[in-house]
Design a protein around this ligand. Structure first.
Ligand code: UDX
Length: 462
């Protein structure tokens, strides 16, 4: 039986995608060892009843991330987390791969694209390695083009004009402005550990046996076409969460879901609610919080807002009475929502999102138009694609202003509601088609499963 060792980044977004892939592989009778940091494992256990129906073929292998337990592990300390993991994980991974348990012999490693230490270890031990980059392919493609942008003198930017068009990314001509590149391009400090990580990743991905991406052909055909020139073996198998008909066998939430919002949604008219969430890592300032709240309340729309612990610093006492009344009359707030269920709910008509890749795909599958307020990593690129290429919503980009929020909410929820809903429905249909029999993602997934099973045969015969 094939045995895959899956190693995600210890963050909510990447864990979501990797766990979905693990479930799919388990159902294909492939053994999975899912490497997870002790910190994330504790949080998973605490926030949900982990049900692992396929316990014979799936198991978590916990590892330390090297940080003290009280470390906050927020986005601000991301580089610290990566450095620490990079220091402790390689020897653990090497030991796991060389353990003598023949029955558990690993046929292949699937690692997050940022865990570049896996390249040398896999080569040294002679085990195939597939990278799975859980962010958007369009952002990965901009990463891959960074050396070219630097060489062509487009990076670092020569002045402050963020509306200048980017010329040296094949397949993105006429689409990208400076402000649509990943956030770190604005400062492009080569000493920044994030830049170093990204450049390393770009170098490592093409030398692996394959690259797994959470997207589908219809959505990202042009970008995939370009990427194939550098990475000849791409498995575009998304949207991953749509492959499984039954509910998840393994809950991937590291926060406890508050399901009261579903009963609240049940009482609202169809397509009347704006769902607001900035994912698992982003945060907003008090001013930004109040601008968004002002805009929502003035728009007259109903809203469901996820106020994740730490996502804003505002106490109820600091919210003006008029806005508190707005929340009470037409709003609902929770600390963490069952997001996919919320997006699929008939009452939700739009999504004000930070444009994280999971959220973007989940919104696409649910057929809900988006208002994008990107923060970092791939989000600047994603929001540009939502607004300009796929036309599934509006890109607020660098503006957080009550007048703009109100205007965009009105546009999505009233003025251009039918047009946006129609386009969103079409893309949702294309997403579903891609994972169904004969669809592109279905075919790529089948190929991935076959390749993994054949890798097992190769490992056994060695
Ligand atoms: C991070 C990066 O920020 C993002 O840019 C990158 O694409 C993936 O990794 P995150 O910021 O958490 O992820 O955003 P996102 O990718 O959207 O993932 C958030 C996940 O949390 C989604 O799957 C969403 O369904 C889930 N979620 C969010 C909930 O289940 N409940 C909530 O209340 C909010």
């Amino acid at each position: 039986m094939a045995h895959v060792l899956i190693f995600p980044l210890p963050l909510q977004g990447p864990i979501n995608g990797m766990l979905r892939l693990a479930e799919i592989l388990c159902l294909q009778h492939i053994n999975i060892t899912f490497i997870i940091t002790q910190h994330i494992h504790r949080r998973l256990l605490h926030s949900s009843d982990i049900q692992v129906k396929y316990h014979d073929t799936f198991h978590f292998q916990t590892v330390p991330d090297g940080l003290p337990e009280e470390h906050p592990r927020t986005i601000f300390e991301f580089s610290e987390l990566m450095q620490s993991l990079g220091a402790v994980a390689p020897s653990i991974l090497r030991k796991m791969l060389t353990s003598t348990d023949a029955g558990k012999q690993v046929s292949c490693i699937i690692a997050d694209g940022l865990l570049t230490f896996a390249t040398d270890i896999a080569a040294e031990i002679g085990i195939p390695l597939l990278y799975f980059d859980t962010i958007s392919p369009s952002a990965i493609w901009t990463y891959m083009c960074l050396p070219k942008l630097i060489q062509a003198g487009e990076l670092p930017f020569k002045d402050d004009n963020l509306d200048e068009t980017i010329r040296n990314i094949r397949g993105m001509e006429g689409i990208m402005r400076r402000r649509d590149l990943p956030d770190f391009c604005r400062t492009m400090n080569f000493k920044d550990p994030q830049v170093d990580l990204v450049l390393k990743q770009v170098h490592h991905m093409p030398i692996s046996q394959g690259l797994i991406l959470n997207t589908f052909q219809h959505l990202d055909a042009l970008v995939l076409f370009q990427m194939l020139k550098l990475c000849p073996n791409i498995y575009a198998i998304g949207p991953l969460h749509t492959h499984l008909q039954s509910s998840d066998i393994i809950s991937s939430s590291i926060w406890q879901e508050d399901r009261s919002c579903i009963s609240w949604l049940d009482k609202q008219p169809s397509n009347s609610v704006v769902y607001v969430s900035i994912g698992s890592l982003s945060f907003m300032t008090k001013d930004e919080f109040l601008e968004i709240l002002h805009g929502l309340v003035s728009s007259g729309s109903r809203f469901l807002w996820v106020r994740r612990p730490g996502s804003d610093p505002v106490s109820n006492e600091e919210i003006p009475t008029k806005l508190l009344r707005g929340i009470k009359d037409r709003g609902c707030t929770v600390s963490w929502a069952p997001q996919r269920e919320v997006l699929a709910h008939r009452a939700v008509g739009g999504f004000l999102t930070h444009s994280g890749w999971n959220s973007t795909l989940e919104s696409i599958v649910a057929g809900k138009p988006m208002i994008c307020w990107p923060h970092y990593v791939d989000q600047q690129v994603n929001s540009r694609y939502v607004g300009e290429v796929w036309r599934l919503g509006l890109d607020m980009k660098d503006i957080c202003d009550r007048v703009v929020v109100e205007k965009m909410v009105r546009e999505i929820m009233e003025l251009k509601k039918d047009t946006f809903l129609e386009r969103a429905r079409e893309m949702a249909d294309a997403a579903r088609l891609s994972v169904s029999e004969g669809g592109s993602s279905n075919a790529d997934l089948g190929r991935l499963i076959n390749d993994i099973k054949n890798m097992n045969l190769c490992t056994k015969s060695n």
